[in-house]
Design a protein around this ligand. Structure first.
Ligand code: SF4
Ligand code: SF4
Length: 441
């Protein structure tokens, strides 16, 4: 695509980077066919190509964002299906991240939208605040219907609808410390404790630590870790996202310096995509660029790391039919396609893949709160496809997808690592799995 940026504009490294991306787009439109919002809404401006034109126009003319561009960029899930499809290698992720930061800087949203976004940015990345907010949400649940009738309050209604009725206790394993591997030492890793996942389902990381240590891997929980920054990054809050990235880079650099690390294990693929991008996000910061690149290179999804180990034979051979939902951040963001399915199959599960597996479930960070209508349409489409597989359980590797799909599916939804842990001799996962797994034992 031809671009017309002035040399003064190109002196801004963010603009220069976006210009390089724009020039790669050849307008072919292949990406429209796999874009969930285009498939759902049928509007070219809600397709990757349409958004690319809007972003180009805004950046080239040095214009502040307007209502039209904000509407269509806000509707983008950042699912990155377009990047998987694009034959020209257009890095839509970095382009839309730049557009979101530009929107945040130049556009004044309506008051309620601003308040909702500020509240999400204040609460979600901080486990203690999030836990307190979930307790409060129980009081608001009777008013969901009321909130959903007022357009400006729909995000509040969606938030309350997604809030679980019971909140698990915080895990002591999430505190800084070292969990020694059993037997012969096979590796040493750090684990991201994270934010929302550690509140909604702390058993995911507990199970990961238990499985890894049984396999002989030492797991470090370094002091100072926090939210990966993805939630605020996708809202265009660049400084907050970079502050989170720097905090984690410091924490993991400390662990690397004190004993070395083979990997930084991430159990939420949404976080994995962002941490693998820290090297790019902090490229302009001389104090952090090298350290961030080193952290990104060490970041591994738990399934990616397990697939690199020499695993023993599983203790159980379940034969349970599992529908594997590949999160967008797993398949499009990190290009991790085969490892989770192969690990499940090797552990004795029968893996089925739903139709339209490339389409997002509508979770997408805070999307299911900020865009509840499109999100619900995508969720229902996803659940229908998953249930058509005839599976008795759903496995996936991202807490956002677990929460989203569980809000509509009749089948239990669990993190992939919980099924693997059980097959390799761990305890039966809590609650939801009991019936499905007992039947197969
Ligand atoms: S990231 Fe997803 S929703 Fe956004 S333009 Fe690409 S395919 Fe469409
Ligand atoms: S598929 Fe790639 S090159 Fe083609 S329109 Fe989409 S972004 Fe541009």
């Amino acid at each position: 695509m031809q671009t017309n940026f002035s040399s003064a504009q190109l002196a801004d490294p963010h603009v220069a980077e976006s210009e390089k991306i724009l020039r790669k787009c050849v307008h072919c439109g292949f990406c429209t066919a796999t874009c969930p919002t285009y498939v759902t809404l049928g509007n070219e401006l809600d397709s990757p190509r349409g958004r690319i034109y809007l972003i180009k126009d805004m950046l080239e003319n040095g214009r502040p964002a307007d209502k039209e561009i904000v509407t269509h960029i806000d509707r983008c899930l950042s699912c990155l299906a377009c990047m998987t499809t694009c034959p020209s290698g257009v890095n839509y992720m970095h382009l839309v991240d730049h557009a979101r930061a530009h929107i945040q800087e130049t556009y004044k949203r309506p008051l309620l939208d601003r308040l909702t976004r500020s509240m999400l940015a204040f609460v979600l990345p901080y486990p203690q605040r999030f836990r307190a907010a979930l307790k409060l949400a129980k009081l608001g649940k009777p008013f969901i219907g009321l909130f959903e009738k007022v357009p400006a309050l729909k995000p509040l209604g969606a938030m309350l609808r997604l809030a679980p009725t019971s909140i698990p206790e915080a895990s002591p394993l999430a505190s800084p410390g070292i969990h020694a591997g059993q037997g012969t030492q096979k590796g040493r890793v750090a684990i991201l404790t994270g934010c929302a996942q550690s509140v909604l389902d702390p058993a995911i990381n507990d199970t990961t630590i238990s499985l890894l240590t049984r396999l002989g891997v030492e797991v470090v929980v370094p002091p100072g870790e926090g939210c990966c920054g993805a939630l605020v990054h996708h809202m265009g809050r660049e400084e907050a996202a970079l502050a989170s990235a720097r905090q984690n880079v410091d924490a993991w650099t400390g662990a690397i310096d004190q004993g070395g690390l083979d990997a930084i294990i991430i159990t939420a693929s949404g976080c994995g995509t962002t941490i693998k991008d820290y090297g790019f996000m902090l490229r302009l910061d001389p104090a952090y660029a090298d350290k961030a690149a080193r952290v990104s290179a060490l970041a591994k999804d738990i399934t990616e790391y397990l697939a690199s180990l020499d695993l023993p034979e599983p203790v159980r051979k379940p034969g349970t039919v599992v529908a594997y939902h590949s999160a967008c951040s797993m398949q499009h963001g990190q290009k991790i396609i085969r490892q989770p399915k192969e690990l499940l199959a090797r552990a004795g599960f029968i893996v089925r893949e739903p139709r339209e597996g490339h389409l997002c479930c509508g979770s997408a960070g805070t999307y299911n709160i900020l865009q509840p209508e499109i999100s619900a349409r995508l969720r229902d489409r996803k659940v229908k496809n998953i249930e058509a597989t005839g599976a008795s359980i759903i496995a996936t590797g991202n807490i956002g997808c677990i929460t989203q799909i569980a809000s509509a599916a009749k089948l239990p939804v669990v993190h992939t690592v919980k099924l693997l842990d059980w097959a390799y001799g761990g305890p039966k996962p809590d609650g939801v799995l009991e019936n499905s797994l007992i039947a197969a034992e």
